[in-house]
Design a protein around this ligand. Structure first.
Ligand code: AHG
Ligand code: MN
Ligand code: MN
Length: 335
Protein backbone atom coordinates (compact mmCIF):
# COMPACT_ATOMS: atom_id res chain seq x y z
CA UNK A 1 0.00 0.00 0.00
CA UNK A 2 1.31 3.47 -0.80
CA UNK A 3 2.35 5.62 2.12
CA UNK A 4 0.19 8.53 3.21
CA UNK A 5 2.35 11.57 3.88
CA UNK A 6 1.17 14.56 5.89
CA UNK A 7 0.70 16.51 2.63
CA UNK A 8 -1.50 13.81 1.16
CA UNK A 9 -3.51 13.51 4.37
CA UNK A 10 -4.13 17.27 4.33
CA UNK A 11 -5.18 17.29 0.66
CA UNK A 12 -7.60 14.45 1.38
CA UNK A 13 -8.98 16.44 4.33
CA UNK A 14 -9.74 19.28 1.95
CA UNK A 15 -11.70 16.88 -0.25
CA UNK A 16 -13.58 15.16 2.55
CA UNK A 17 -13.96 17.91 5.18
CA UNK A 18 -13.41 21.18 3.28
CA UNK A 19 -10.21 21.98 5.17
CA UNK A 20 -9.28 25.42 3.77
CA UNK A 21 -6.09 25.67 1.70
CA UNK A 22 -4.56 28.27 4.01
CA UNK A 23 -5.09 26.04 7.06
CA UNK A 24 -3.48 23.18 5.17
CA UNK A 25 -0.52 25.40 4.36
CA UNK A 26 -0.29 26.51 8.00
CA UNK A 27 -0.07 22.90 9.24
CA UNK A 28 2.59 22.09 6.64
CA UNK A 29 4.65 25.10 7.70
CA UNK A 30 4.40 24.17 11.38
CA UNK A 31 5.40 20.60 10.53
CA UNK A 32 8.41 21.90 8.60
CA UNK A 33 9.43 24.02 11.58
CA UNK A 34 9.11 20.98 13.85
CA UNK A 35 11.45 19.08 11.53
CA UNK A 36 13.98 21.88 11.88
CA UNK A 37 13.61 21.84 15.68
CA UNK A 38 13.96 18.06 15.71
CA UNK A 39 17.19 18.43 13.75
CA UNK A 40 18.58 20.97 16.23
CA UNK A 41 17.50 18.91 19.25
CA UNK A 42 19.22 15.83 17.85
CA UNK A 43 22.57 17.62 17.49
CA UNK A 44 22.85 18.03 21.25
CA UNK A 45 26.32 18.95 22.50
CA UNK A 46 27.75 18.65 18.97
CA UNK A 47 25.59 21.55 17.82
CA UNK A 48 26.23 23.64 20.93
CA UNK A 49 22.50 23.73 21.63
CA UNK A 50 22.50 22.46 25.23
CA UNK A 51 22.46 24.65 28.33
CA UNK A 52 20.80 27.88 29.37
CA UNK A 53 20.67 31.51 28.30
CA UNK A 54 21.10 34.36 30.72
CA UNK A 55 17.52 35.46 30.10
CA UNK A 56 14.18 34.67 31.76
CA UNK A 57 10.82 34.35 30.02
CA UNK A 58 7.61 36.06 31.11
CA UNK A 59 6.96 33.18 33.55
CA UNK A 60 10.23 33.95 35.34
CA UNK A 61 11.81 30.70 34.11
CA UNK A 62 15.41 30.71 32.89
CA UNK A 63 15.34 30.14 29.14
CA UNK A 64 17.27 27.25 27.65
CA UNK A 65 19.13 27.84 24.39
CA UNK A 66 16.73 25.46 22.69
CA UNK A 67 13.66 27.33 24.04
CA UNK A 68 14.86 30.44 22.26
CA UNK A 69 16.05 28.68 19.12
CA UNK A 70 12.80 26.73 18.72
CA UNK A 71 10.80 29.91 19.20
CA UNK A 72 12.81 31.63 16.46
CA UNK A 73 12.40 28.69 14.09
CA UNK A 74 8.61 28.77 14.51
CA UNK A 75 8.38 32.54 14.08
CA UNK A 76 10.59 32.65 10.98
CA UNK A 77 8.80 29.73 9.35
CA UNK A 78 5.36 31.20 9.91
CA UNK A 79 5.66 34.96 9.46
CA UNK A 80 5.97 35.27 5.67
CA UNK A 81 3.31 32.90 4.31
CA UNK A 82 0.28 35.17 4.58
CA UNK A 83 -1.72 32.59 6.56
CA UNK A 84 -1.47 34.22 9.99
CA UNK A 85 -2.75 37.37 11.67
CA UNK A 86 -0.43 36.89 14.64
CA UNK A 87 1.37 34.48 16.93
CA UNK A 88 1.83 34.02 20.66
CA UNK A 89 4.30 31.85 22.53
CA UNK A 90 5.40 30.77 25.96
CA UNK A 91 8.69 32.49 25.26
CA UNK A 92 7.23 35.91 24.36
CA UNK A 93 5.63 38.32 26.74
CA UNK A 94 3.24 39.81 24.17
CA UNK A 95 1.58 38.81 20.91
CA UNK A 96 3.97 38.64 17.94
CA UNK A 97 3.09 40.99 15.09
CA UNK A 98 3.41 39.81 11.50
CA UNK A 99 6.01 42.17 9.97
CA UNK A 100 4.39 44.86 7.78
CA UNK A 101 6.16 43.65 4.62
CA UNK A 102 4.15 40.43 4.63
CA UNK A 103 0.42 39.87 4.03
CA UNK A 104 -1.76 38.86 6.96
CA UNK A 105 -4.11 35.89 7.10
CA UNK A 106 -7.10 34.49 8.92
CA UNK A 107 -5.46 32.43 11.69
CA UNK A 108 -3.69 32.82 14.99
CA UNK A 109 -0.96 30.40 16.02
CA UNK A 110 -0.15 29.85 19.69
CA UNK A 111 2.70 27.60 20.79
CA UNK A 112 4.98 26.18 23.42
CA UNK A 113 8.09 25.98 21.22
CA UNK A 114 9.92 23.55 23.45
CA UNK A 115 8.01 21.63 26.08
CA UNK A 116 9.84 19.80 28.84
CA UNK A 117 12.96 21.89 28.51
CA UNK A 118 14.41 20.56 31.79
CA UNK A 119 14.86 17.29 29.83
CA UNK A 120 17.10 18.71 27.11
CA UNK A 121 20.42 18.49 28.89
CA UNK A 122 19.73 14.94 30.10
CA UNK A 123 18.76 13.62 26.65
CA UNK A 124 15.15 12.77 27.47
CA UNK A 125 12.12 13.47 25.22
CA UNK A 126 10.95 17.02 24.60
CA UNK A 127 8.35 18.43 22.21
CA UNK A 128 6.52 21.35 20.62
CA UNK A 129 2.81 22.07 21.27
CA UNK A 130 0.62 24.25 19.04
CA UNK A 131 -2.93 25.53 18.81
CA UNK A 132 -4.67 27.24 15.87
CA UNK A 133 -7.49 29.75 16.30
CA UNK A 134 -9.34 31.99 13.86
CA UNK A 135 -8.51 35.65 14.20
CA UNK A 136 -11.69 37.49 15.19
CA UNK A 137 -12.93 40.15 12.80
CA UNK A 138 -11.14 43.35 13.74
CA UNK A 139 -13.81 45.54 12.08
CA UNK A 140 -11.37 47.35 9.87
CA UNK A 141 -9.17 48.20 12.89
CA UNK A 142 -5.57 48.60 11.87
CA UNK A 143 -2.52 48.73 14.13
CA UNK A 144 -1.07 46.08 16.37
CA UNK A 145 -2.92 42.91 17.17
CA UNK A 146 -3.64 42.84 20.90
CA UNK A 147 -3.75 39.96 23.33
CA UNK A 148 -7.61 40.02 23.31
CA UNK A 149 -7.75 38.42 19.85
CA UNK A 150 -6.20 35.25 21.32
CA UNK A 151 -8.45 34.99 24.38
CA UNK A 152 -10.88 32.41 23.00
CA UNK A 153 -11.98 29.24 24.78
CA UNK A 154 -10.38 25.99 23.62
CA UNK A 155 -13.61 24.93 21.92
CA UNK A 156 -12.77 27.54 19.25
CA UNK A 157 -9.56 25.80 18.18
CA UNK A 158 -9.61 24.76 14.52
CA UNK A 159 -6.54 22.57 14.85
CA UNK A 160 -4.05 21.50 17.49
CA UNK A 161 -1.07 19.24 17.65
CA UNK A 162 2.30 18.45 19.06
CA UNK A 163 5.62 17.14 17.87
CA UNK A 164 7.53 14.78 20.09
CA UNK A 165 11.30 14.56 19.77
CA UNK A 166 11.96 11.15 21.24
CA UNK A 167 13.48 7.92 19.94
CA UNK A 168 11.31 8.79 16.92
CA UNK A 169 10.12 12.24 15.94
CA UNK A 170 6.35 12.20 15.57
CA UNK A 171 3.68 14.76 14.76
CA UNK A 172 0.26 14.29 16.34
CA UNK A 173 -2.55 16.30 14.82
CA UNK A 174 -6.25 16.96 15.15
CA UNK A 175 -8.36 19.05 12.79
CA UNK A 176 -11.44 18.27 14.87
CA UNK A 177 -12.21 14.88 13.37
CA UNK A 178 -10.09 12.38 15.25
CA UNK A 179 -6.38 12.22 16.00
CA UNK A 180 -3.70 11.16 13.54
CA UNK A 181 -0.07 10.30 14.27
CA UNK A 182 2.72 10.81 11.71
CA UNK A 183 6.29 9.53 12.08
CA UNK A 184 9.19 11.45 10.57
CA UNK A 185 10.97 9.47 7.89
CA UNK A 186 14.40 11.02 8.23
CA UNK A 187 15.69 9.66 4.91
CA UNK A 188 12.85 11.21 2.92
CA UNK A 189 12.32 14.18 5.22
CA UNK A 190 8.56 13.68 5.36
CA UNK A 191 6.00 12.87 8.01
CA UNK A 192 4.23 9.60 7.22
CA UNK A 193 0.86 8.55 8.65
CA UNK A 194 1.60 5.65 10.99
CA UNK A 195 -1.14 5.98 13.65
CA UNK A 196 -4.43 6.35 11.85
CA UNK A 197 -6.93 6.55 14.66
CA UNK A 198 -5.40 7.29 18.06
CA UNK A 199 -7.78 6.48 20.92
CA UNK A 200 -7.42 6.82 24.68
CA UNK A 201 -8.86 3.73 26.41
CA UNK A 202 -11.66 4.64 28.84
CA UNK A 203 -10.12 2.82 31.76
CA UNK A 204 -6.53 2.70 32.92
CA UNK A 205 -4.19 1.47 35.62
CA UNK A 206 -1.54 4.12 35.06
CA UNK A 207 -1.24 7.67 36.36
CA UNK A 208 1.24 10.54 36.03
CA UNK A 209 1.85 13.21 38.65
CA UNK A 210 4.89 14.86 40.23
CA UNK A 211 4.65 13.18 43.66
CA UNK A 212 7.22 15.53 45.21
CA UNK A 213 4.47 18.15 45.46
CA UNK A 214 2.18 15.91 47.51
CA UNK A 215 2.33 18.00 50.67
CA UNK A 216 1.14 21.06 48.72
CA UNK A 217 -1.92 19.45 47.07
CA UNK A 218 -5.53 20.22 47.84
CA UNK A 219 -7.63 17.63 49.74
CA UNK A 220 -9.43 16.06 46.71
CA UNK A 221 -6.10 15.34 44.98
CA UNK A 222 -4.55 13.99 48.19
CA UNK A 223 -7.51 11.68 48.67
CA UNK A 224 -7.51 10.48 45.06
CA UNK A 225 -3.78 9.74 44.89
CA UNK A 226 -3.94 7.98 48.27
CA UNK A 227 -6.63 5.72 46.81
CA UNK A 228 -4.51 5.04 43.71
CA UNK A 229 -1.54 4.14 45.88
CA UNK A 230 -3.67 1.85 48.08
CA UNK A 231 -4.00 -0.49 45.08
CA UNK A 232 -5.99 -3.70 45.06
CA UNK A 233 -6.93 -3.63 48.72
CA UNK A 234 -7.98 0.05 48.59
CA UNK A 235 -11.34 1.56 47.55
CA UNK A 236 -10.49 1.44 43.82
CA UNK A 237 -9.78 -2.28 43.92
CA UNK A 238 -6.85 -2.38 41.50
CA UNK A 239 -3.10 -1.78 41.45
CA UNK A 240 -1.90 1.32 39.62
CA UNK A 241 1.45 2.02 37.99
CA UNK A 242 3.05 5.47 37.91
CA UNK A 243 5.09 7.34 35.25
CA UNK A 244 6.35 10.96 35.12
CA UNK A 245 8.54 12.19 32.24
CA UNK A 246 8.36 15.90 33.22
CA UNK A 247 7.51 16.80 29.62
CA UNK A 248 3.77 17.09 29.12
CA UNK A 249 4.22 16.11 25.48
CA UNK A 250 5.81 12.79 26.43
CA UNK A 251 3.32 12.02 29.19
CA UNK A 252 0.37 12.85 26.92
CA UNK A 253 1.89 10.81 24.12
CA UNK A 254 2.07 7.76 26.37
CA UNK A 255 -1.56 8.28 27.35
CA UNK A 256 -2.64 8.57 23.70
CA UNK A 257 -0.80 5.37 22.98
CA UNK A 258 -1.75 3.14 25.89
CA UNK A 259 -4.04 5.13 28.19
CA UNK A 260 -3.46 6.74 31.55
CA UNK A 261 -4.22 9.82 33.59
CA UNK A 262 -2.09 12.97 33.66
CA UNK A 263 -2.39 15.40 36.57
CA UNK A 264 -0.80 18.73 37.29
CA UNK A 265 -3.09 20.09 40.03
CA UNK A 266 -3.01 23.54 41.54
CA UNK A 267 -1.16 23.54 44.84
CA UNK A 268 -0.25 25.80 47.71
CA UNK A 269 3.28 26.66 46.53
CA UNK A 270 2.07 29.70 44.60
CA UNK A 271 -1.54 30.00 45.75
CA UNK A 272 -2.30 32.93 43.44
CA UNK A 273 -1.53 30.74 40.40
CA UNK A 274 -3.98 27.97 39.46
CA UNK A 275 -1.37 25.32 38.70
CA UNK A 276 1.82 25.26 36.64
CA UNK A 277 0.71 24.54 33.10
CA UNK A 278 -0.46 27.26 30.76
CA UNK A 279 -4.00 27.24 29.35
CA UNK A 280 -3.48 28.68 25.87
CA UNK A 281 -0.51 26.69 24.59
CA UNK A 282 -0.35 23.60 26.80
CA UNK A 283 -3.71 22.67 28.32
CA UNK A 284 -6.01 23.73 25.45
CA UNK A 285 -4.25 22.00 22.55
CA UNK A 286 -3.66 18.87 24.63
CA UNK A 287 -7.28 18.82 25.83
CA UNK A 288 -8.54 19.15 22.25
CA UNK A 289 -6.36 16.21 21.18
CA UNK A 290 -7.34 14.06 24.17
CA UNK A 291 -11.07 14.72 23.70
CA UNK A 292 -10.79 13.99 19.98
CA UNK A 293 -9.24 10.66 20.95
CA UNK A 294 -12.13 9.79 23.25
CA UNK A 295 -10.55 10.93 26.53
CA UNK A 296 -11.53 13.75 28.88
CA UNK A 297 -9.87 16.83 30.33
CA UNK A 298 -10.86 19.08 33.24
CA UNK A 299 -9.31 21.50 35.71
CA UNK A 300 -11.02 19.53 38.50
CA UNK A 301 -14.15 21.63 38.29
CA UNK A 302 -14.97 22.13 34.63
CA UNK A 303 -14.01 21.06 31.13
CA UNK A 304 -10.78 22.84 30.21
CA UNK A 305 -11.97 23.61 26.67
CA UNK A 306 -14.88 25.65 28.10
CA UNK A 307 -12.69 28.02 30.14
CA UNK A 308 -12.83 31.62 28.93
CA UNK A 309 -9.20 32.81 29.01
CA UNK A 310 -8.42 36.18 30.57
CA UNK A 311 -4.72 36.42 29.74
CA UNK A 312 -2.23 34.91 27.32
CA UNK A 313 -0.02 33.21 29.89
CA UNK A 314 -2.67 32.20 32.41
CA UNK A 315 -2.22 28.92 34.23
CA UNK A 316 -4.64 26.12 34.88
CA UNK A 317 -4.87 22.86 36.81
CA UNK A 318 -4.95 19.86 34.47
CA UNK A 319 -6.49 16.38 34.80
CA UNK A 320 -6.57 14.61 31.45
CA UNK A 321 -6.61 11.17 29.91
CA UNK A 322 -8.76 8.07 30.33
CA UNK A 323 -12.34 9.18 30.85
CA UNK A 324 -13.22 7.06 33.85
CA UNK A 325 -10.34 8.34 35.99
CA UNK A 326 -10.75 11.99 34.90
CA UNK A 327 -14.40 11.75 35.89
CA UNK A 328 -13.51 10.24 39.27
CA UNK A 329 -10.96 12.87 40.26
CA UNK A 330 -13.28 15.62 38.98
CA UNK A 331 -16.12 14.23 41.08
CA UNK A 332 -13.88 14.31 44.19
CA UNK A 333 -13.32 18.04 43.55
CA UNK A 334 -17.05 18.64 43.26
CA UNK A 335 -17.96 16.78 46.48
P1 AHG B 1 8.08 23.87 29.76
O1 AHG B 1 9.39 23.14 29.60
O2 AHG B 1 7.46 24.24 28.44
O3 AHG B 1 8.16 25.04 30.70
O4 AHG B 1 6.99 22.88 30.34
C1 AHG B 1 7.31 22.00 31.39
C2 AHG B 1 6.05 21.54 32.03
C3 AHG B 1 5.43 20.30 31.45
O5 AHG B 1 5.89 19.89 30.21
C4 AHG B 1 5.66 19.24 32.47
O6 AHG B 1 4.56 18.38 32.55
C5 AHG B 1 5.88 19.99 33.75
O7 AHG B 1 6.34 21.26 33.38
C6 AHG B 1 6.87 19.35 34.66
O8 AHG B 1 6.87 20.05 35.85
P2 AHG B 1 7.74 19.61 37.13
O9 AHG B 1 9.15 19.98 36.79
O10 AHG B 1 7.14 20.46 38.22
O11 AHG B 1 7.54 18.14 37.33
MN1 MN C 1 5.60 23.31 28.30
MN1 MN D 1 8.29 25.40 26.83
Amino acid sequence: MSRVTLSRYLIEQTRSHNTPADLRFLIEVVARACKAISHQVSKGALGGVLGSMETENVQGEVQKKLDVLSNEILLEANEWGGHLAGMASEEMDKAYQIPGRYPKGAYLLVFDPLDGSSNIDVNVSVGTIFSVLRCPNRNGQSGDLGEEAFLQPGTEQVAAGYAIYGPQTMLILTLGNGVKGFTLDRELGSFVLTHDNMRVPETTQEFAINMSNQRHWEPPVKRYVEELLAGKTGPLGKDYNMRWVAAMVADVHRILTRGGLFMYPRDSREPEKPGKLRLMYEANPMSFIIEQAGGASTNGLQRILDIQPTSLHQRVAVFLGSKQEVERVTAYHQE
